[in-house]
Design a protein around this ligand. Structure first.
Ligand code: 1CP
Length: 348
């Protein structure tokens, strides 16, 4: 059993749609290249090596929390960490992303995903969580990639725009697709998330970053059942479950249906429209365009206030960007944004 640390509650309350003293804020990729202290610490080390060094990974996750009054921290890891941990040769190429020496194409490739044994395969992730729980005064978010987004990297072998090979496999070899989805759920994502929860993370986010590449029928038939398998299996664990993707305007209701407590939405769908789609019985996370932070402060403030207006003070809003922080973002804009959200929403 993990020790329960006393942490600031407002992020967890909002995930449960309970009233809060101010709207909680955190940022996807709040740890990362926009911070000079991250660039200094990382040097030439690749991201996967950094995640395998618990002291360094914990330090990176703490950096944004020291600079800004964010209401949650996110584990520093990557969605490809548990894939690499079961022995698949994955590298994260600088300024590009995950690449595989031998992309997945067949049933024999699916067999390369042996079951993850967290204590042996990802001891560094569990140790990073342990260190963070001892240091943090805000909740810690654990995460994993969702089966579709993980499959896209495995099948394409590199970041992709059209996800063509992935869709070709999904449509052309449905049995192989199914086997791949089962292996990703049961051998990789579920053991990885269960271990993070057992180690004490306060909430979990399932990143289906590229699900928006699918039409709604394909999402329902080929992807939703697997994301649901994960979220429903975790429901009894008692931590809030956040389900995020980009370009998902037409998929939002199904992402909620998959079993999420909170649905993360990008900037393409206005927050009030998105909330209507996920339903009033779910929370919503988002959704300022990360590129707005590249403009002057008055633009950031105006666009952030528009997001808050659309949230309308209803319980269940977690303020975030619509996707990760862009590396050229001025750190001071983000810190000011946190304060603006807190001030504008502080209970009077
Ligand atoms: O230092 C670097 O080179 C920066 C790039 C980087 C970072 C900071 C990568 C390579 N991974 C990470 C850490 C990371 N990855 C975190 C923790 C940091 C935080 O949020 O504060 C998280 C949550 C992830 C998750 C992740 N990795 C996702 C889902 C989130 C998202 O952005 O949609 C995805 C799709 C990845 C794959 C990946 N890893 C790295 C890159 C550049 C990418 C995306 C590549 C692509 O466009 O396909």
């Amino acid at each position: 059993m993990a020790t329960t640390t006393r942490v600031r509650e407002r992020f967890l309350l909002a995930c449960r749609r309970q009233p809060v003293d101010a709207t909680p804020v955190w940022f996807m990729r709040q740890a990362g290249r926009y911070l000079p202290e991250y660039r200094r610490l990382r040097g030439d080390t690749d991201v996967l090596s950094l995640t395998r060094d618990p002291e360094a990974a914990a330090e990176v996750a703490l950096q944004p929390v020291r600079r800004m009054d964010v209401d949650a921290a996110i584990l520093f890891s990557d969605i490809m960490v548990p894939i690499a941990a079961v022995g698949v040769d994955v590298r994260i190429v600088a300024n590009q992303g995950p690449t595989l020496a031998e992309p997945f194409r067949s049933d024999a490739d699916v067999a390369r995903l042996r079951p993850l044994e967290p204590p042996e395969d990802v001891p560094y992730t569990l140790e990073t969580i342990r260190i963070l729980l001892g240091e943090l005064a805000v909740p810690l978010i654990g995460f994993a990639g969702a089966p579709f987004t993980l499959a896209s990297y495995l099948v394409e072998g590199a970041p992709s725009r059209d996800h063509a090979r992935t869709k070709a496999l999904m449509h052309g070899r449905p049995e192989t697709w199914r086997a791949l989805m089962v292996a990703l759920c049961d051998h990789v994502v579920l053991p990885y998330l269960r271990a993070q929860i057992a180690a004490g993370v306060h909430a979990v986010q399932l990143f289906d970053s590229w699900a928006g590449a699918l039409d709604p029928d394909d999402y329902r038939e080929h992807v939703l059942p697997w994301s649901r398998r994960i979220l429903e299996s975790l429901a009894a664990e008692g931590v809030p479950l956040i389900h995020f993707g980009t370009g998902t305007g037409e998929l939002l209701a199904m992402m909620r249906e998959a079993g999420a407590d909170v649905v993360g939405v990008d900037w393409r769908t206005p927050l009030d429209v998105a909330w209507e789609r996920v339903g009033a019985d779910a929370g919503i996370q988002g959704n300022l365009d990360p590129a707005a932070l590249l403009g002057p402060w008055d633009v950031v403030a105006r666009k952030a206030e528009a997001v808050l207006m659309r949230a309308g003070g209803r319980p269940g809003h977690v303020f975030n960007l619509g996707h990760g922080v862009i590396p050229s973002t001025p750190p001071d804009h983000l810190a000011r944004l946190v304060d603006l959200v807190h001030q504008r929403t502080a209970a009077r």
